[in-house]
Every structure is written in structure tokens, then in C-alpha cells.
Write a protein that binds this ligand. Structure first.
Ligand code: PGA
Length: 256
């Protein structure tokens, strides 16, 4: 397995934070700090902020993502946003299956799969989140849980789609927003497990080419160690992505 084949991807997940004006201000602050990045840089923002983010990132190396999309093209789904809508405004990335969506909004492996399919059908790139609860880790079923999430999400996804359009983010639920980061060994073990699973489901080439991030309390202080692991190809960053210097420090760690 060769890390050199993969470009690291650092993505901010702003969650339910920032107004459009605040979005513009934070991106203006981030832009000069990451302009020489030797990794891909993405900011995933609330729907209401996407326009401001697309404007503010124009001509820069920062890409914009949404934080979710529905599986239907349109219809009676109050409060939801469809993949064709995201495509129409030109947003290239979308996070799907974040643990907060699974935990608080009833996402299942099946709806995650349907949303992934809708995003791919509309040409969007997906950041697909998977992760275990602390109780599952303590029961030693982490890899079974992750394998089930990955297998169902990727059902009917072709090797080409996986290589070109999907980033997998391993995010242990117990590490998200808690300040409890997985050790670099724990992060790499699961990321490698996901890569081995992809080699089984697809082939070694596809496994080698798939970008697999770690997420969960990654910050300026621990990023270099996590990102130095052979199977950790970047990070999905929540809290630290809301502070330009911290986010930029993680981008710099990924660029080395
Ligand atoms: P965190 O969030 O960095 O604040 O732990 C990560 C995520 O939820 O993607």
C-alpha cells in the first residue's frame, strides 16, 4: 500500500456555525494561510453559507462542500436539500453519513447509501463518514461496525466512482467534539482495516487510490502525528476548522 499515490485532503466541517458574513470573514482569514498547501483543502459549510463560501473562495485553492444532501431529486421532504440543488449552485463536495446525522436525525446505513448514490448521480464528490460508538469499541466490534457501514454505503458504487469521487472519513464517535482523540495507532488500524476491506470488495489498485481521512478532535497539536500514519490520508476537522490559524496548521502538517 503506497501513501505516495494519494494526495492528502484536509476538510473543515463547520457544522451549525457561522452566518454568511462570518463565512466570508473566516475564509478571507484562511485563504492566505493555506495558499501554498500541498494537499487538498475543503471547507464544508451550512447550506445558507454556500453562496458566500463559493464567492469568497473564487480563484483560491479552497474548495467548498455541503454538509448533507437528500436522496430524492425533489419532492415533499420539508427542510431537506437535494443533490441536483447542490449541483445547480456549483458546490463540488458533500459530507454524507456524519455521526451527528446518524445520532440525532435518524440516518441509517440505508439512507446514507441512498444519499451517496444521489450525490454521485449528480456528479458531486462525497466525504463519507463512518465510525463506532465507545461501547462498540469496548466490545471489540469496531471493525465489524465499520465494515457494515462501508459495505452498505458503497453498495452499487463502482471502483471508478470510489477512486475519483469518494473520500472516506473514519470518525470514532467517542472522539468527535470531545477532545478525546484516537491514538495514531488506533486511527491507522481502522483506516488500514477499511483499505483492506476495499481491496476485498474491489481490488488492490482501488484500495491504494482511495483517500481515507481520520476525524475526531484533530487539532494543530496532534495533526502531524496522526497524518504521519501510512493509512491516514488527511482529516475531517470540526472545532479546529473554525479557527483560521489552527486549521492552517493542520493543512501545513498535511503538506509535509
Ligand atoms: P471535531 O469534529 O474535530 O470537533 O471532533 C470532527 C467532525 O465531526 O467531523
Amino acid at each position: 500500500m503506497n501513501k505516495q499515490l494519494r494526495k492528502a485532503v484536509i476538510a473543515g466541517n463547520w457544522k451549525m456555525n457561522k452566518t454568511p458574513d462570518e463565512t466570508k470573514a473566516l475564509i478571507e482569514e484562511i485563504k492566505p494561510l493555506v495558499k501554498d498547501a500541498d494537499c487538498d483543502v475543503i471547507v464544508c459549510v451550512p447550506f445558507i453559507d454556500i453562496h458566500a463560501a463559493l464567492e469568497a473562495t473564487k480563484g483560491s485553492n479552497i474548495k467548498v462542500g455541503a454538509e448533507n444532501c437528500h436522496w430524492a431529486e425533489s419532492g415533499a421532504f420539508t427542510g431537506e436539500v437535494s443533490a441536483p440543488m447542490l449541483k445547480a449552485i456549483g458546490v463540488p463536495y458533500v459530507i454524507i453519513g456524519h455521526s451527528e446525522r446518524r445520532q440525532y436525525f435518524g440516518e441509517t446505513d440505508e439512507t446514507v447509501h441512498n444519499r451517496v448514490r444521489a450525490a454521485l448521480n449528480n456528479g458531486l464528490s462525497v466525504i463519507l463518514c463512518v465510525g463506532e460508538y465507545l461501547a462498540q469499541r469496548e466490545q471489540n466490534i469496531t471493525m465489524e461496525v465499520i465494515a457494515t457501514q462501508v459495505k452498505i454505503a458503497l453498495k452499487d458504487v463502482t471502483a471508478e466512482e470510489l477512486k475519483e469521487k469518494i473520500i472516506i472519513a473514519y470518525e470514532p464517535v467517542w472522539a468527535i467534539g470531545t477532545g478525546l482523540t484516537a491514538t495514531s495507532a488506533q486511527a491507522n488500524e481502522v483506516n488500514k482495516g477499511i483499505r483492506d476491506l476495499i481491496a476485498d470488495l474491489y481490488d488492490a489498485d482501488t484500495a491504494n487510490a482511495t483517500v481515507i481521512q481520520y476525524g475526531g478532535s484533530m487539532n494543530a497539536g496532534n495533526a502531524a502525528e496522526l497524518l504521519s500514519q501510512p493509512d491516514v490520508d488527511g482529516g475531517l476537522i470540526g472545532g479546529a476548522s473554525l479557527k483560521a490559524p489552527d486549521f492552517a496548521a493542520i493543512v501545513e502538517a498535511a503538506s509535509k
